[in-house]
Design a binder for this molecule. Structure first.
Ligand code: 6PG
Length: 463
């Protein structure tokens, strides 16, 4: 057997799909899975099911797997984030040689990636923390890929990663070196944060429209939107979800209303707090999921509330404009967070390039992201873009109408409310923070700056 071009460790759904994608692109690939408990036949079954591929080689022995790959070896880990990554690195290390490259393709916490990358540098092994978006279909047909780490290591894996990735409208790969250390995983984390808020907005639209429309009617309304500026992958799948039936029942009506999460949304929120960036849309989406899981309490307390029936239906055009408004705030906040991290960690991130690799393959691909590529070429802040800012101003009345409808009909609109409040706050000259500063100074002598004297000086009042 000739040495192979690439190794994939972990044959879960994503690992299998990406291995087939690599093989389809004419690279030879060694695949490995452990043979514990219920995983004994995973490799043999995968090889058997895909026996028409002559460039996939299966292994259950880690030493043989490593030895089968051409040096410097490129090994993609497609396993659960967290401790398993450290354990697998420990297992691989004795068999690796100088300049081999480990790529972590999971949703790892970016600070873990930075730590792993620094530890492995001492062992002369490269580590690439690589965000991969697009789910099973993306992995199989072309995901959006966000690799971070040493540029020299990236150059060696680029021919493979760029070939298997999705392509943008100019046929360029939706894969680019993001930055050093954990930059790739940071950017993937914020991608997921934006994804959380996009999903939340769609669930709130469903909540509003289902007060007066059937699933089929909602799907028709959303289909119209999807033919215009709000077109997106998430909108598209929501339409399909609303139409999916199981016998006479709509599947959506049978799904329990508790939303789970794996961590990237809450990590984005925690990091936004640490970096001092108001990513309120992401955190509202995370908290909305948490509230949804309190089903038993919701059921109990709802019994004491008098039901309100919607008297009038909402104007769909208004709701569409409110949706566009909130999406812009969400993307603006997400990119502000990325920009701040770039400054904080000296990553020198290219926001427009990040938007470009999100135009295809990933979960948040949309017309707005296409537009963002141009906006972010000139500004790191969407509000500095004249057309975007004017459109937010003219959409304000529509978000107000949407919120009024939600209040009148007791529809919780966590993400929409937060989008509106952020907009009002960031466009209000005089905030009420003078009261906070006075209170801090009153009980803790924390001092305050004055608006009538050079603001770099701090004062204290004997209250
Ligand atoms: C992607 C997705 C993917 C995964 C999310 C789901 O970009 O392909 O974001 O990474 O589906 O991690 O996250 P939750 O389980 O937290 O919703």
């Amino acid at each position: 057997m000739h040495k192979t071009d690439f190794g994939v460790l972990g044959l879960g759904v994503m690992g299998k799909s990406i291995s087939l994608n690599i093989a389809d692109n004419d690279f030879s690939v060694s695949v490995y899975n452990r043979i514990e408990a219920d995983e004994t036949h995973i490799v043999s079954k995968f090889i058997h099911d895909n026996s028409h591929y002559k460039n996939i080689y299966g292994f259950t022995d880690i030493a043989k797997f490593v030895a089968s790959i051409e040096r410097p070896r490129k090994i993609l880990l497609m396993i659960k984030a967290g401790n398993p990554i450290d354990l697998v690195i420990e297992q691989l290390l004795p068999f690796l040689d100088k300049n081999d490259i480990i790529i972590d393709g999971g949703n790892s916490l970016y600070t873990d990636t930075t730590r792993r990358s620094r530890c492995l540098t001492f062992k002369n092994v490269y580590f690439i923390g690589c965000g991969i978006s697009g789910g099973e279909e993306g992995a199989r047909k072309g995901p959006s890929i966000m690799p971070g780490g040493s540029i020299n290591a990236y150059k060696q894996v680029a021919p493979i990663l760029e070939k298997i990735s999705a392509k943008d409208k100019n046929n360029n790969p939706c894969c680019v070196h993001i930055g050093t250390d954990g930059a790739g995983h940071f950017v993937k984390m914020v991608h997921n944060g934006i994804e959380y808020a996009e999903m939340q907005l769609l669930s709130e639209i469903y909540a509003i429209l289902s007060t007066s429309h059937t699933n089929e009617e909602i799907a028709t309304i959303l289909s119209n939107w999807n033919s215009r500026s709000e077109k997106s992958y998430l909108l598209e799948i929501t339409i399909e979800i609303l139409r999916k039936k199981e016998g006479n029942d709509y599947v959506i009506d049978r799904i329990l209303d508790k939303a789970l999460s794996k961590g990237t949304g809450s990590w984005s929120s925690k990091i936004a707090l640490d970096l001092g960036i108001p990513s309120t849309m992401i955190s509202s989406a995370v908290f909305a999921r948490y509230i949804s899981t309190l089903k038993e309490k919701r059921v109990k307390f709802s019994k004491s509330i008098k039901k309100k029936n919607s008297l009038k239906s909402i104007n769909h055009k208004s709701l569409e404009r409110a949706y566009g408004f909130a999406r812009t705030i969400n993307h603006h906040q997400g990119f502000q967070l990325i920009q701040k991290a770039s400054e904080n960690y000296n990553w020198d991130l290219n926001l427009s390039e990040i938007a470009r690799i999100w135009t295809n393959g990933c979960i948040i691909r949309s017309k707005l992201i296409e537009l963002s590529v141009e906006i972010l070429k000139n500004h790191s802040d969407y509000f500095e873009d004249h057309i975007t800012f004017k459109s937010l101003i003219s959409s304000e009345k529509h978000i107000v109408t949407t919120l009024q409808y939600g209040l009148a009909n007791r529809v919780p609109l966590d993400a929409f409310s937060v989008a509106h409040n952020y907009w009002i706050s960031i466009t209000t000259e005089k905030s009420s923070a003078n009261i906070i500063q006075a209170q801090r100074d009153y009980f803790g002598a924390h001092t305050y700056q004055r608006n009538d004297i050079d603001s770099s000086e701090f004062f204290h009042t004997n209250w």
